[in-house]
Design a binder for this molecule. Sequence first.
Ligand SMILES: Nc1ncnc2c1ncn2[C@@H]1O[C@H](COP(=O)(O)OP(=O)(O)OP(=O)(O)O)[C@@H](O)[C@H]1O
Ligand SMILES: [Mg+2]
Length: 286
Amino acid sequence: MSASQVPVGGTGVLEVKNLVKDFTVRSGWKRSKLRAVNEVSFTLEPGKTIALVGESGSGKSTVARMIAQLETPTTGEIHLDGRAIARHGDALARYRHAVQMVFQDPFASLNPYHTVGHHLERPLKIHGVAKGDDLEPAVHALLERVNLTPGEVFAAKRPHEMSGGQRQRVAIARALAPGARFLVADEPVSMLDVSIRLGVLNLLARLQREENLGVLYITHDLATARHFSDEILVMYRGNVVERGPSDEVILNPQHDYTKTLLAAAPEPSRHGKLRDEVRAELAGNA
Ligand SMILES: Nc1ncnc2c1ncn2[C@@H]1O[C@H](COP(=O)(O)OP(=O)(O)OP(=O)(O)O)[C@@H](O)[C@H]1O
Ligand SMILES: [Mg+2]
């Protein structure tokens, strides 16, 4: 099967049920338990975006890392299509195909010695999506899905020959390669120049809309959380303290912590300004 034929979207949901993560922290001889995530639950549907916001250290990345199987939950469960994640075998492989992560720093997540083509061929081969003569066209199709055109030109580049935004598009293409239905994007634009952030967020929005992708968008930026997500979850010290439709959470916050976050945020989170910028960008080159 070529990458362009990979079935995207799907009807099943990704459910996070009562996730808890405790870390053991040492200071000198003393050991203590730190609860980084406490009883977090939500359901991510295909074609929807949930934003996870909260101050530094509130547990957002730990939630992401548990979903991406980079940390094991202390308790709680993650279900895909109604089934708990298997510990091994084909079912675990299926989960890994379906749920992929995009990290904050695209430079760190790409090997400087390898071409973009090499980075994308690997997951296509490992996950059995394409092989042999199908590989090259599959790589080009992936690059074009993330607006890196012509695909053959970008396939030959190395990470340092691209801009930060282009590198993050490659990281997104690599996440899509196995046929991902859900993307966990942990601050995917916070290391990029402000001028190119909207382009990358618009790409995620287009994939979500046109390919029915479910996106968990982790961010400190309430303005983009509001404009790019259907629902916002506010985390504070490991707990989800407020949740709801994005406009409602931003325009009518109930919890004191959300109010404090909003008071500290720049004005566009409440105004229509960002929405206008997004519209202009979408009209231009989304
Ligand atoms: N491997 C670990 N061992 C011990 N403590 C950890 C570990 N990973 C995270 N923590 C702690 O768990 C808490 C939550 O961290 P996490 O990285 O999830 O926060 P975050 O909301 O993503 O923060 P930021 O916005 O700065 O990225 C923090 O207190 C952090 O120090
Ligand atoms: Mg983090």
